[in-house]
Design a protein around this ligand. Structure first.
Ligand SMILES: Cc1cc2nc3c(=O)[nH]c(=O)nc-3n(C[C@H](O)[C@H](O)[C@H](O)COP(=O)(O)O)c2cc1C
Length: 200
């Protein structure tokens, strides 16, 4: 009789422990999942407006973008500056493009680490982004970041630059770009663009 009583108590102990563990493990796994989803959904935007400009047109548009999206405005610079002479810069840009070069960059690629949303502006050179822009994108860690390209140009609009960006920053989320042919009208065009891509 005593033996039966002892076995009964032992069984009760095992069942009670199992039930307690079950409810504990359920409450601890459910809790963090909910918290994590909440934190990601409400992650605040940190905006960077980065631009390369040789003769100042893209700089003007970048300033307009910056006025509307806020954040930080930074000029992207090559290690060796481009000549201010048109024929010299054309020769260098052509050489870099046709030889698939990646010219050294002065601007630190770690700059992007602090931002979630990066506007990247450049003039179209040889039908695409200047190779110094490609160099920067290749060196920066853009995984999971939103990239918003904008260009100025003579006739090519965005040219082949979205494809170049996709190759240089495959982990980023590339949004539809803005091709601005009239910096004087950029305030209106940028506003419309931001609405279209649902940034604002
Ligand atoms: C080396 C070089 C190559 C260019 N290639 C093109 C081109 O292929 N297609 C185009 O539409 N415009 C081309 N342009 C014109 C520039 O994209 C345009 O003038 C741009 O607005 C200049 O911007 P920035 O003042 O910021 O340098 C080229 C200009 C330069 C200097």
């Amino acid at each position: 009789m005593k033996r039966i009583l002892m076995i009964g108590m032992l069984l009760f102990g095992v069942i009670a422990t199992a039930m307690a563990w079950h409810s504990f493990s359920h409450s601890t796994t459910a809790q963090p999942t909910t918290t994590t989803v909440h934190a990601v959904a409400h992650q605040p935007r940190r905006v960077l407006v980065l631009y390369f400009s040789w003769s100042g047109t893209t700089k003007e548009v970048a300033q307009t973008v910056h006025r509307q999206v806020g954040g930080r405005l930074v000029r992207l610079e090559p290690k060796v500056s481009y000549s201010s002479d048109y024929s010299t810069v054309s020769k260098r840009a052509g050489r870099e493009y046709f030889r698939h070069q990646s010219p050294a960059v002065k601007t630190d690629p770690r700059l992007v680490d602090d931002y979630t949303d990066i506007f990247i502006g450049y003039p179209i050179w040889y039908g695409t982004a200047p190779m110094v822009v490609k160099s920067f994108l290749q060196r920066a860690n853009l995984r999971g970041k939103n990239l918003y390209p904008f260009t100025t140009f003579a006739s090519s609009r965005l040219g082949k630059s979205p494809a170049l960006i996709k190759r240089a920053a495959p982990g980023a989320r590339l949004l539809p770009g803005l091709a601005e042919d009239n910096p004087g009208q950029a305030t209106t065009d940028v506003k419309r663009w931001l609405t279209t891509i649902r940034f604002k």
